[in-house]
Design a protein around this ligand. Structure first.
Ligand code: TYM
Length: 334
């Protein structure tokens, strides 16, 4: 709760190019929830440097991501859309929370284990304590709800544990947040290896639909999507490729599984894949057009960055001061 209104926080890393998974699992829900909450949508550039980045490239991607939030439909006047690195309270609260997080808890994080394998030459302390910074992001804004894809569920659980632990020592300092995981699109799978999550970092570009892919490319990638060979559009665990395409089509059109199976009962995979491709291309087209338009408007985006950093700083500092006081840091002399 912030000033008597329920609040929402979420963020994305400014690494790689956003995929359809990021959109259906998170961004689309953000847009749908924005009227109900006081919302904070962050470009989590501090999390991004847990893996080596090219500085110029990171800056460019961070700005593109912030612009894309708005292009996807988030109201930039009403919501607080900002860069994590512009609000130093994130790092300061993370330090405090580090002292309330056990190594045993961090050792269990599956994202850390996966990334440690992938970046074996750079298993740094930031990568390890990544979930603590994420907890700080969320708790700074007294967030009631955090819309994410299902891969972030474990990070939400540790955030809740840290908040409850802190509150049990010092009283009600933090709102304990709930994850919001949509019914459809919460885990979009790779088009090439449908037992794996669609990921920005996949080296096989045919495995992912990027939000900036043009319609021909999108349709081509869906045509090439790996499926089984029985040619029946049916939702089943043993048909992971088709299951994924049904999930995507459902998330885009709002249709349920039974309706989709019925719609394509007399079609083969070719027609179905084309329909999925066209629905995704149609959904992304207006976002791409708005992104192109907004990207040209430097002053407008600069204005959003400036005013929203101030707003985020105001709320974040309020919570930070409360936590600092509770743990015993001396008061500031004005
Ligand atoms: P990131 O940048 O990996 O992903 C951003 C959001 O996209 C969702 N997502 C998916 N959803 C469905 N299917 C997929 N294949 C898929 N891939 C990604 C993610 O679940 C996420 O919601 N740690 C976070 C960023 C973060 C954050 C936060 C999120 C930092 N602080 C505080 C929420 C609140 C991450 O790496 O997301």
């Amino acid at each position: 709760m912030l000033d008597g209104k329920k609040s929402l926080f979420s963020g994305m890393q400014a690494t790689g190019t956003l995929t359809l998974g990021n959109y259906l699992g998170a961004l689309k829900n953000w847009v749908e929830l924005e009227d109900e909450y006081e919302c904070f949508y962050c470009v989590v550039d501090m999390h991004s440097i847990t893996v080596r980045q090219d500085p110029a490239e990171l800056r460019k991607r961070a700005r593109a991501l912030l612009t894309l939030y708005i292009a996807a439909g988030l109201n930039a006047e009403k919501n607080c859309i900002y860069y994590q690195s512009h609000v130093s309270a994130h790092a300061e609260l993370a330090w405090i929370l580090n002292c309330f997080t056990y190594m045993g808890e961090l050792n269990r994080m599956t994202q850390f284990k996966d990334k440690a394998v992938k970046h074996a030459d750079n298993i740094n302390a930031g990568l390890y304590s990544y979930p603590v910074l994420m907890a700080a992001d969320i708790l700074l804004f007294q967030s009631d709800v955090v819309p994410v894809g299902s891969d972030q569920k474990q990070h939400l659980e540790i955030t809740r544990d840290i908040a409850e632990r802190f509150n049990s020592v010092y009283g009600d300092v933090f709102t304990v947040p709930e994850p919001y995981i949509g019914k459809q699109g919460a885990r979009v799978m790779s088009l090439q290896e449908p037992d794996k999550k669609m990921s920005k970092s996949d080296e096989n570009t045919n495995a992912s639909i990027y939000l900036m892919d043009d319609p021909d490319m999108i349709i081509r990638k869906f045509k090439r999507a790996v499926t089984d060979s029985d040619n029946e559009v049916r939702y089943s665990e043993d048909k992971p490729g088709i299951k994924n395409l049904i999930d995507i089509y459902g998330a885009v059109t709002g249709k349920n599984t039974a309706e989709i199976e019925k719609e394509f009962a007399s079609c083969g995979y070719g027609d179905f894949k084309l329909a999925v491709g066209e629905s995704v291309a149609g959904m992304l087209k207006p976002i791409q057009a708005r992104f192109a338009e907004l990207s040209k408007d430097k002053d407008y985006i600069d204005g959003i960055i400036k005013t929203n950093a101030e707003k985020a700083n105001y709320y974040a500092t309020k919570t930070l001061r409360k936590a600092q006081k509770k743990v015993g840091f001396p008061e500031r002399i004005r």
